[in-house]
Design a protein around this ligand. Structure first.
Ligand code: SF4
Length: 163
């Protein structure tokens, strides 16, 4: 059975930086849950970061830049947490390899999980086009990454994998 990787916060787990969740109520996700298809991951918590934790943003760049060593992930307050984010991305990729996963749904706008847009590093709420570190690493390795706003498209991609 083909499995799907999903951000833990979207599944209702309270792992966000502020101690909250971003639970989605979606029939497709509920069906996947009952079918045992879901593999949950929070890259930041898996990397050992605490909950709650200071907000972090990629400073003037995107996940690809972090992977290439060009830019860093910075906590509000200035601490560099790039290595934690890289470690979390590697853990997510290893889960995809372990369970032969090629479709993921990750939480939009996160510096780890965002797949279309992220915050710009100014901690002002401004979003820019780009990917988080985990989304970039998974895509680099052929995983199709969708956001919580694209669950139907993710379902179609999964069906194409199955047939
Ligand atoms: S790292 Fe991803 S899974 Fe974890 S709280 Fe942030 S968006 Fe959710």
């Amino acid at each position: 059975m083909r499995k799907v990787l999903i951000s833990a916060c979207l599944l209702g787990k309270k792992v966000r930086y502020d101690g909250g969740a971003l639970a989605v109520a979606d029939q497709i996700v509920e069906r996947w849950r009952s079918e045992g298809r879901i593999v949950s991951v929070c890259p930041e918590v898996e990397a050992g970061m605490s909950t709650p934790r200071p907000p972090a943003e990629i400073f003037k760049g995107s996940g690809e830049g972090v992977l290439n060593g060009e830019v860093d992930v910075i906590e509000k307050g200035g601490a560099k947490v790039t290595n934690d984010f890289l470690a979390g991305a590697s853990i997510a990729l290893n889960l995809c390899r372990k369970f032969d996963i090629s479709v993921a749904i990750l939480a939009e706008f996160s510096p780890s999980c965002g797949s279309s847009a992220i915050y710009d590093g100014s901690f002002s709420g401004k979003k820019v086009p780009g990917m988080g570190v985990t989304a970039a690493l998974l895509r680099e390795h052929g995983v199709q990454v969708f956001s919580q706003y694209e669950i139907a498209a993710a379902n179609n991609a999964l069906i194409e994998e199955i047939v």
